[in-house]
Write a protein that binds this ligand. Sequence first.
Ligand code: NDP
Length: 479
Amino acid sequence: ETANIGVVGLAVMGSNLARNLASREGNTVAVYNRTHARTEELVAAHPEAGFVAAGTIDDFVASLARPRTAIIMVKAGAGTDAVIDQLAERFEPGDIIVDGGNANFQDTIAREKRIAPTGVHFVGVGISGGEEGALNGPSIMPGGSAESYETLGPILASIAAVAKGEPCVTHVGTDGAGHFIKMIHNGIEYADMQLIGEAYDLLRTVGGLEPHAIADVFAEWNKGSLESYLIEITAEILRQVDSATGKPFVDIVLDQAGSKGTGVWTVQNALDLGVPVGGIAEAVFARAVSAKPAQRAAVRRSAASRPQPQKADAGFADDVAKALYASKVVAYAQGFDAVLAGAEKYGWDIHKDRIAKIWRGGCIIRARFLDRIAEAYTDNPDITTLLEAPYFAQAVTQGEDAWRRIVATAALSGVPVPGFSSALSYYDSLAAERLPAALVQGQRDFFGAHTYRRTDREGTFHTLWSGDRTEVDVTHSTH
Ligand code: NDP
């Protein structure tokens, strides 16, 4: 009973996380993997870590000091359930089982319910940052009970990324909150990547720049308010040259993007919650469109018959930067709306400023931008949308003309910008005096008697469309 923390599952993520844990003062790390050879390999490769290697799950459990705390990093789904059951059978009340994999938060909620009667804490933890983050400091989003966080919090804080002197970890809420927040993080990541992709396409197709020149533009942007990990790696990718052909790397990659599901989960849940996350949805759909080669081949047009790209003037790249920034604000605003809706539905006490803070380091969407979001929610946690925060309201207003020019230019040039244009439409919808929703509601009342409310007085009304077309007050009738 010498280890204060254990890791089960020693593939890429688990072994890196175990090494990170072992490198921090005060931690002794027990390690176990179903296939023992993996455990032996890890221990042999890293004698400096002082791992306590377990050959069986019983040895593993016996090597943990109380309250026993074990982080599971195995294949999401059935593998995770198998390990949870093995640990739950052996653990005692007060012990803590952590699932650090990419679980669906609904599964996490169900697992916690299943484990709770035994007195063992089950904690779903979202961990972002991939392999590199796991080793050097990820962004960590733990759910589960507040009680378990007393033991787990300091351990996680010891390995988390650090941003502005603060570890990128906070107890985000109970049960599945951690995996929910991780899911939203990934959804925002999809949107951010798509927007950057559209900016690149515009700079190339309309701006006429070659990849290496676009890399310079991105590198320049990375010195300002757009500074972020994704912008930084984009510059590096665009600078890469394929050694086999001498062509830009981006030109030899098949233009079909895959997805592993978390972006899809974000959109599915947002639909259920009634939260418009168009930026994230468009990003998921853009990948799906890219992966339809037969349809693309059927509709593809020759260069001669496609719209001619508009002429780019000297300020074009600056316009693209402004459009990108404004669209990003919208995507994050939508993501935080989903956070809020999830918190309300599932009863989580979520602090949006803390979420923004823990995304500032270690994870894929880390960005200077998140400082501004954290500030906005610290200044006023009750803003109805990020677009209302003075800083963002001003940023969007300042970039508005450029944003409109870019969406118009893209449309005239035949460059697809589902992210930029849906973000602008979302903004225009919120900003409009009146929306055609009035007409839609009228249509709903016409064919389905779905009723409507009036602008000038309280109540619920229906027009007798198939009768004499007079209005009836149905406020008190039961539907
Ligand atoms: P994998 O998802 O490839 O899973 C392999 C590990 O799972 C091995 O240790 C394997 O053991 C174990 N395993 C699978 N089935 C079982 C089972 N039935 N019983 C016991 N052990 C089992 O590993 P990764 O390291 O890539 O990912 C681990 C987790 O982290 C996953 O949930 C993944 O989704 C998540 N992840 C998170 C990332 C992030 O950035 N946060 C990035 C990548 C992954 P064995 O060696 O015996 O086969």
